[in-house]
Design a protein around this ligand. Structure first.
Ligand code: PMP
Length: 362
């Protein structure tokens, strides 16, 4: 077998490691911020019926423009959005990749504020876009002043603001988005993958009118409990959608994905019915860990970044040995934990309590 170093790999991919959150079949899996509740049975039945109808037509390519799904997503987002302002792909990862293919590339740059979602630099390398990481302050919260200063200094072509931010959970303030948009001439993406968990805050889609360089990305993978289907989407000016059409592969959203996602959006209320409970579990987890002496960062999402672990690697492994998977992101002293069902949350709280002050040590 040949090894990777024997191949004529593109230079900017040499030495990189693929995105690799562990995928262990453990009883309590709280490491990739999924909604751990199964989808409601009546919705599953309706989706299966929609899939059955779609399957009979799969000898033909699907609707390349997936208009029915785009109309459904526009209706779900509301605020007068129309289908020609909506785009979708196989997860918001693919949506973001298409944005970088269209607006990034050699000689162009992508800037974001770290720690943030680990796929952004990988999407940059994959599209030969240079990656600019600007560190967040100690409390991880962005201010208009700090963001404007960074954009004026680095003059990036693309900026991603993740709100709530993964992996810190930090909410994103509206005045930061407005200031960022005005501070440079490039493409501003607001990644709202976790927006439904922070729904008191107005979505950045309300900032779209008059801002043709603003793109708001969303996903059905988190609150919508639909990670396995792979459906992410974006709202922007119709001209942006025209740009993405230049780089997408034809028929990239399969007939089955279109059918399943359109049916799921029809049942948005039922699909999102677990959000209140997940938020309650997040708050219960936060209170319990704070009481145990850990530092819990404020979160507007379905996960918590928790500091105060004496040895995060040892705690990660100790929990994994008990069938509990959380996320070790190499942030000193920190681990990230997704809020699960009531019983999953109780299990993780009790397991961390049993490890004693500061967690496990190797
Ligand atoms: N953005 C953020 C901030 C995320 O955390 C994730 C998934 N972890 C994604 C985008 C991508 O999600 P998906 O491709 O499943 O839509």
């Amino acid at each position: 077998m040949t090894s990777l170093s024997d191949l004529p790999l593109r230079e900017n991919l040499v030495g990189l490691r693929p995105y690799g959150a562990p995928q262990d079949p453990v009883p309590v899996s709280l490491n990739v911020n999924e909604n751990t509740h199964p989808i409601p049975e009546h919705v599953a039945i309706d989706i299966v019926q929609s899939l059955a109808r779609a399957v009979t037509g799969v000898n033909r390519y699907p609707d390349r423009e997936f208009m029915e799904l785009r109309e459904a997503l526009a209706g779900y987002l509301g605020h007068g959005l129309e289908a020609n302002q909506i785009w979708a792909a196989n997860g918001s990862n693919e949506v973001l990749q298409q944005v970088l293919q269209a607006f990034g590339g050699p000689g162009r740059s992508l800037l974001s504020f770290t720690p943030t979602y680990s796929m952004y630099p990988l999407l940059a390398s994959g599209t030969d876009t240079s990656w600019i990481a600007v560190e967040r302050p100690a409390d991880y919260a962005l201010t208009p002043e700090a963001v404007v200063e960074a954009l004026k200094e680095y003059r990036p072509d693309i900026v991603i603001l993740c709100g709530p931010n993964n992996p810190t959970g930090t909410p994103l303030e509206r005045d930061v988005i407005e200031a960022a948009y005005d501070a440079f001439d490039g493409i501003l993406i607001v990644d709202e993958a976790y927006h439904e968990f922070d729904a008191e805050r107005e979505s950045a889609v309300t900032l779209l009118p008059g801002r043709p360089r603003l793109l708001v990305s969303r996903t059905m993978s988190k609150a919508f409990a639909f990670a396995g289907v792979r459906l992410g989407y974006l709202a922007a000016d119709p001209a942006v959608i025209d740009a993405l059409r230049l780089v997408r592969l034809p028929y990239h959203v399969s007939a089955l994905t279109q059918a399943a996602a359109t049916a799921a959006v029809r049942h948005a209320d039922s699909m999102l019915a677990t959000v209140a409970d997940i938020r309650a579990q997040r708050d219960r987890l936060a209170a319990a860990l704070a009481e145990l002496g850990y530092v819990v960062h404020p979160s507007g999402s379905n996960f918590l970044l928790v500091g105060g672990f004496a040895d995060p690697d040892a705690t990660f492994e100790a929990l994994r040995a008990q069938g509990i998977l959380i996320r070790n992101l190499s942030i000193p002293g920190h681990l990230r934990i997704t809020a699960g069902t009531e019983s999953e949350t109780s299990t993780v709280i009790e397991a961390i309590r049993a490890l004693g002050p500061g967690g496990a040590r190797s």
